[in-house]
Design a binder for this molecule. Sequence first.
Ligand code: FES
Length: 153
Amino acid sequence: MNSVSDEKIVDKIIKKVGGSSLIAILQELQFHYNYLPEQVLGLLSKKLEVPLSKIFSLTTFYQSFSLKPRGKNLVKVCLGTACHVKSGDNLLEKAKRDLNLSDEDMTTKDLGFTVEKVRCLGCCSLAPVVLINKDTYGSMTQEKMSKVLKKYI
Ligand code: FES
């Protein structure tokens, strides 16, 4: 991304959303870039005259924001209590193995997938649960995980 086009995008989003709703602006920026690039947050800080530290505190507080590039498909593996007791951790490891992710990596090199741990997706009776983009998969097993991931490749 170059800074001229970044600046146009930031201006357009501020104009669309209005300058007073920082969270709404960040949501729009994240939707556009699929994450929040640091240089874009710097531009936003200057344009809104809001300290960069305040912007970073918001982006790190809300789990839906990402400061790192995310994959096209977001795989959220629930590790809340109900899912944890039904081996949610094994599903996380299985997803990472199937996507050839190392221990540290959560996003595939081709930016096809990002795997994230989440704390309760709000449908505990379906535990263990995995959410891929907007699709919820309940009573998930390691075997089902491989089949489901293939749908998004
Ligand atoms: S703990 Fe997983 S959906 Fe609630």
